[in-house]
Design a protein. Structure first.
Length: 152
């Protein structure tokens, strides 16, 4: 690992997610060191929101548009000041992109018939199935209550 690789790792980040699927609900931005640099550019597309989780707590939610992030990570200065952490930045953040479009044609159903007792017919086996649509309105609550800390 040469000096060029160290300096290259200190350039300003461009953070974005282009969804090439039709069914991805949450995407965790793959940032190996999880250190967001000061001035990083966050691009959030229509039908998405970006949620920044700092030290395990939701720090902010960003709607569609381009956002410049102001953080405690000043690229080279942070690297020098973080010597006591083995030159790893102590300021870590996870970035989740949450799809806010409407997810349609979601199927549901019983895998096996459910036995029920009826007054007239005795024991009957009932199956049910259908389709539904949903969308995420509050990404922060969704991450806390449903998605949690899933990595995928």
């Amino acid at each position: 690992m040469g000096i060029f690789n160290i300096i290259k790792g200190e350039f300003i980040d461009v953070i974005e997610w282009v969804d090439d699927t039709t069914d991805t609900l949450v995407f965790k931005f793959p940032d190996e060191d999880k250190a967001v640099k000061n001035g990083a550019q966050l691009t959030v597309r229509e039908s998405q929101v970006a949620v920044l989780v700092n030290e395990g707590i939701i720090a902010d939610v960003y709607g569609p548009g381009r956002h410049e992030l102001t953080t405690s990570n000043m690229p080279i200065l942070t690297k020098l000041k973080s010597w006591k952490y083995g030159f790893e930045s102590p300021f870590k953040v996870d970035i989740f992109f949450v799809g806010t479009k409407q997810f349609v044609n979601e199927k549901w159903g019983t895998s096996n018939p459910v036995p029920m007792r009826d007054q007239d017919f005795g024991l009957v086996r009932i199956r049910a199935f259908g389709i539904f649509a949903f969308k995420v309105d509050d990404a922060g609550t969704f991450l806390k209550e449903v998605f949690g800390t899933c990595a995928s």
